[in-house]
Design a protein around this ligand. Structure first.
Ligand code: NAG
Length: 412
C-alpha cells in the first residue's frame, strides 16, 4: 500500500476505474482514502447475483452509506444485477434515484421481484441515453414522463403495469433509435402498439402462449427489424411499410403474413422462417441476401416463391435458425419459368449446417440451381457424412450440367 499512497488522487481514480466495480467497492471498503476516491467514480457496476449473504450485506451497507455522498457530477453508467432475495426493492429504488440525480446517462438493471424499483425521477431524466431492464421488474409509467435524450431502450421480460404503459413510455422518447421489447410469457398486454417515428432498429419477441389480440407497428425509419413471434393463436399483425429497411430477421408462426411481407419489401438482407405460405405477387426489388430456414413444411415451395419475387438476389442460403428443427424438403414442381435472379444476379448458393440430405427433393433443388444460375460463382453444400456418402453426392452433383462454367462447387 505504501507505494500506492504516494500516487495522486487522479491516478488512483483512473486505477479504480479500470478494476471491476465490485473490486473497486471492496477496495474502497478497506480505507478512507479509497472510500473518498470511490465517490468520484463515474461508472458503477454491481453484478451481485451469485454472492454470499455476507458479501451482499456488505455491499448493501456500503451503497446505503456512500451513494448519497457520491460526488461525480455525471454518472456515465449505473448497472445493477442483483438477487431479489438479498436486495430489497426499496433500497434499489433509492440507489437508482440517487444515480439519476447525477445526470445519469446509462441505466441497466437485472432483477426479479415483480416490484416497482424505478423511482419517479427516472421517468423525467433529461440525461438518460440508454435504459436496459431485464427480469420481472414492474414498469408503472407515471403521467409525467419525458425522456428527451433516450436513444436505446431494452425491455426484456419486464412486467407492464397495464396496456398503456409501453405506449406512454414510447411516446415520451422523441429521439429513440433502438428498441428491444421481449414480452413475458405471462404478460397480459393484449394489444401492443409500437409507433416511434425516429426508430432505426426494432426487435420484438412475442412468446408462444401469450394471450395477445395482435400488434401494430408504425416505425417508418427502421433499418433493422427483428420479429420473433412464436404465438400460434390467431392474432393480427399490422405493420406500416418500412421503406428504409436494410436487414430483417423474421421468425413467425403467424397464420397470415401478408401485412408483414408487404411492409418489408424494401429489405436488402432477409432471414426468414415462416409456417404461413407466401402469397404470390409480392416483389422484393432490393433483396440481395436471403437466408431461408427450412424447418417448416413446404420449404421448397417457399423457396421458389421467394426466388421468383427476389429480382436482384445475389446470395441464397438454406439453413436452420437456432433451436429450430430442420425438416427434409418436400417434393416440388419445377417452376414454369426460371426465376429472374437465377438468370441475372445470383452469385452464391449454400446449403448449410449439414442439412443437405441428398434425397431427391434436395438433390433436385441443387441440380435445378446449378442448371439455371448463369452467374453462379460458388455453390457450397454441407451434409452429414453418414447420411449422404460424400463420394456419391460429389459425383452426382459434379456431373450435373452447370449454367455457369465458372461456378465452384464445394462440399463440407
Ligand atoms: C460470395 O461468396 C464469396 C466467397 O465466400 C464472397 O467473397 C462474396 O462476397 C460473396 N458474394 C456475394 C454477392 O455475397
Amino acid at each position: 500500500m505504501d507505494r500506492i499512497s504516494g500516487l495522486s488522487d487522479e491516478l488512483l481514480l483512473k486505477i479504480l476505474m479500470l478494476v471491476p466495480t465490485k473490486v473497486a467497492a471492496s477496495i474502497s471498503i478497506l480505507s478512507k482514502r479509497w472510500e473518498y476516491l470511490w465517490m468520484w467514480l463515474p461508472k458503477l457496476d454491481y453484478d451481485h447475483r451469485d454472492c454470499s449473504k455476507p458479501e451482499s450485506k456488505r455491499l448493501q451497507c456500503f451503497l446505503d452509506h456512500n451513494l448519497p455522498l457520491h460526488r461525480a457530477p455525471v454518472i456515465e453508467s449505473f448497472r445493477l444485477e442483483l438477487d431479489s432475495s438479498r436486495f430489497k426493492p426499496e433500497c434499489i429504488k433509492m440507489w437508482v434515484a440517487i444515480a439519476v440525480s447525477h445526470c445519469l446517462r446509462k441505466l441497466e438493471i437485472r432483477y426479479e421481484s415483480k416490484s416497482n424499483i424505478l423511482p419517479s425521477n427516472m421517468y423525467i431524466c433529461k440525461s438518460l441515453v440508454v435504459l436496459k431492464l431485464g427480469g420481472d421488474i414492474l414498469l408503472d409509467v407515471p403521467r409525467m414522463v419525458s425522456l428527451p435524450s433516450l436513444k436505446t431502450m431494452k425491455l426484456q421480460s419486464v412486467r407492464f403495469f397495464n396496456e398503456e404503459t409501453l405506449q406512454r413510455l414510447l411516446s415520451s422518447c422523441p429521439i429513440l433509435e433502438d428498441l428491444v421489447v421481449d414480452l413475458r410469457e405471462d404478460d397480459t398486454t393484449r394489444k401492443l402498439t409500437v409507433a416511434v417515428p425516429s426508430l432505426q432498429s426494432l426487435s420484438l419477441y412475442i412468446p408462444k402462449s401469450h394471450e395477445i389480440d395482435g400488434y401494430v407497428i408504425v416505425t417508418p425509419a427502421v433499418k433493422y427489424f427483428k420479429l420473433v413471434d412464436d404465438n400460434y393463436k390467431s392474432h393480427y399483425c399490422l405493420i406500416e411499410h418500412m421503406p428504409n429497411l436494410i436487414e430483417a430477421h423474421l421468425d413467425v408462426s403467424l397464420p397470415d403474413i401478408k401485412s408483414l411481407i408487404g411492409s418489408i419489401t424494401s429489405v436488402k438482407r432477409l432471414s426468414i422462417c415462416s409456417a404461413a405460405m407466401f402469397d404470390e405477387g409480392f416483389v422484393f426489388n432490393q433483396l440481395e441476401h436471403l437466408e431461408l430456414c427450412i424447418c417448416k413444411d413446404h420449404s421448397s415451395n417457399q423457396l421458389f416463391r421467394l426466388l421468383k419475387s427476389s429480382l436482384i438476389l445475389q446470395e441464397l442460403n438454406l439453413y436452420s435458425m437456432e433451436d429450430h428443427f430442420p425438416q427434409y424438403m418436400d417434393y416440388w414442381n419445377e417452376p414454369s419459368t426460371v426465376p429472374e435472379c437465377l438468370l441475372s444476379t445470383l452469385q452464391n448458393f449454400s446449403w448449410s449446417f449439414s442439412l443437405y440430405s441428398g434425397e431427391p427433393p434436395d438433390r433436385d433443388i441443387v441440380i435445378y440451381i446449378l442448371e439455371h444460375a448463369v452467374h453462379l460463382k460458388t455453390a457450397t453444400i454441407s451434409s452429414y457424412e453418414c447420411e449422404v456418402p460424400k463420394f456419391e453426392m460429389l459425383q452426382e452433383l459434379a456431373l450435373s450440367s452447370r449454367a455457369s462454367t465458372a461456378c465452384k462447387l464445394m462440399f463440407e
